[in-house]
Structure formats: structure tokens, C-alpha cells
Design a protein around this ligand. Structure first.
Ligand SMILES: [Zn+2]
Length: 184
């Protein structure tokens, strides 16, 4: 039980500033590339640089009009943005894979990092050779390749792209983002 005083109650009750809401930014090609604040997204829209694709159920008000807070915007031009540089750590490999075993697809077991091509067979520490694996699958696979162990990878491990980065590292702030992040 946390003791509250007047100040903390005021902070808790204040609704989140709609201008601080996260907005998913799509490239002109509809490829998700970035997450920015609603404030930034609204500026892009008013400058004619982007269009609102999805809105939240909340509005910001000026003196004369109300403007729905965007949830997803699409740029009117194509930008090339390199993938976020992410350090290759065990934690980041687990995050990339959404803490889901890449062999049996469970999410509810203790997770480990497995080298697809085992280190004993020359496997390296790379994004393409490391996957999230539950303890059971990792033990069953041992120092063997998936083929040798008779198990299959759900998907080929890759360097995290923008979609993976937004889904698993930034997080999905609004359900309306899901189709654009290929989650439905
Ligand atoms: Zn597993």
C-alpha cells in the first residue's frame, strides 16, 4: 500500500498530454519507419508533408476547431532511413524475437539464446545465427544444427528492421498500428 499525498494524486489524475502520444510514421510506400510524438506528426500534417491515416479518439482544440490526434501518419515523400544500430546482445536477440521460442513458438517458458549453427561447428555471434529458444528446445537441440536435431526454425533470423524495432523495442502504443506492423 503506497501512501499518497496531495501532490502524487494530482499527478496521477492528470490525463496524458495528447501532444505526447506516440504516432507511427509510415513512409510514402506505407512501410513503417519511425515513431514520433503527436506534436511532431501534427506539424508534418499542417506543413503538407504527411497525411493522417489513423486517428485516436481524442482531439486537441484550438479556439475555432478540433483536430483528432493522429495515431498513424504517412509521409507524402519517400525517405531512406537506415535501420537503428542495435548492439548484438542476448537481451536484444530475445527482444527481437518477442521472447518467443523460434522452434516451438512458446512464449511461456524460460528463454535462452541458441546459436542456430552451434559454436562447436563454427557458428558465429551474429543476428543471423542467434535466436530465442526455450530451455527445452535448446537442450533438445544441443550442439546440433536444426536439421541434425530434426527441428525447424519458425523464421529466418535477421538484423532487426524498422518493423521489428518498432514492434519489439519501442512497443505498440495503439491497436490501430497493428495492420501496418503486419501483426494481424
Ligand atoms: Zn521451444
Amino acid at each position: 500500500m503506497v501512501k499518497t499525498n496531495g501532490i502524487t494524486e494530482v499527478v496521477k489524475r492528470r490525463p496524458p498530454n495528447p501532444l505526447h502520444q506516440s504516432v507511427l510514421v509510415l513512409n510514402q510506400s506505407y512501410e513503417p519507419i519511425h515513431v514520433c510524438s503527436a506534436r511532431r506528426a501534427i506539424v508534418l500534417v499542417f506543413r503538407g508533408r504527411a497525411q493522417v491515416v489513423e486517428s485516436l479518439d481524442i482531439s486537441i482544440h484550438s479556439v475555432s476547431r478540433a483536430f483528432p490526434v493522429p495515431s498513424v501518419v504517412r509521409l507524402d515523400f519517400y525517405v531512406r532511413i537506415p535501420p537503428k544500430p542495435l548492439s548484438l546482445t542476448k537481451r536484444n536477440v530475445l527482444k527481437r524475437d518477442g521472447f518467443q521460442c523460434q522452434y516451438c513458438s512458446t512464449r511461456s517458458a524460460p528463454m535462452t539464446v541458441d546459436h542456430v549453427l552451434p559454436k562447436t561447428q563454427g557458428g558465429r555471434d551474429t543476428w543471423e545465427n542467434m535466436v530465442c529458444a526455450c530451455l527445452t528446445c535448446n537442450n533438445r537441440k544441443g550442439n546440433r544444427t536444426p536439421e541434425q536435431a530434426g527441428i525447424a526454425l519458425a523464421r529466418r533470423p535477421r538484423l532487426p528492421n524498422h518493423v521489428t524495432f518498432i514492434r519489439h523495442f519501442i512497443g505498440v502504443s495503439d491497436q490501430k498500428w497493428r495492420p501496418y506492423l503486419f501483426m494481424d
